[in-house]
Ligand binder design. Structure first.
Ligand SMILES: NC(=O)N[C@H]1NC(=O)NC1=O
Length: 174
């Protein structure tokens, strides 16, 4: 789909197509629809990011809280959204050894107990080794810094999901 077609989508279709660009947050998509027309894919993405940035800190934490844990176990259980499952598989999280699954589960719990929201990272820009390393390192962050870092990761995930849904303008001209 190109950006011109996006601008013609009725509200329901827009939410159907873009409702999960921010994991389990169709409300963001619904709100951003009223900012049409978008001049480009980057403009649509900027509208989503502006909406997120304008939220109070409790709203940002809410976005983080609905993210699934990155663990082998959730991947096996079949409860993830299609997007999240595909991203976790691409990062190799379906190939964790039993020891790695336990380590990730332990660190995830420690992280969540400490910050009150789950560890979020753009899986497709990482692999299982860098995800485990980041989880360990970010656990040591000060809370405000960590919340901002996690929201940046949400935006990276959203960026890649949007790329999969809208043809960038440069490709249109080919
Ligand atoms: N917890 C977490 O980071 N989950 C997200 N990361 C990602 O790339 N997809 C997700 O669902």
């Amino acid at each position: 789909m190109d950006i011109g077609s996006v601008n013609y989508l009725p509200y329901e279709d827009f939410v159907d197509v873009f409702g999960n660009v921010v994991e389990k947050c169709p409300l963001i998509t619904a709100a951003v629809w009223s900012r049409r027309p978008f001049s480009s894919l980057a403009d649509l993405e900027a509208s989503i990011n502006d909406f997120i940035d304008a939220l109070p800190e409790s709203g940002k934490e809410g976005i983080l809280r609905v993210h699934p844990d990155l663990t082998g176990r959730d991947l096996q259980s079949g409860t993830l959204t299609r997007e999240s499952r595909e991203e976790q598989v691409q990062a190799g999280l379906d190939t964790l050894t039993t020891a790695e699954v336990s380590r990730m589960a332990r660190l995830n719990t420690e992280y969540k107990d400490h910050f009150g929201f789950p560890f979020v990272i753009c899986a497709r820009m990482n692999n299982k080794a860098t995800i485990l390393r980041q989880l360990e390192e970010r656990l040591r962050n000060e809370r405000t810094i960590e919340r901002a870092c996690a929201i940046d990761e949400v935006k990276k995930i959203c960026h890649l999901r949007l790329q999969g849904l809208v043809v960038p303008e440069t490709s249109n001209k080919l």
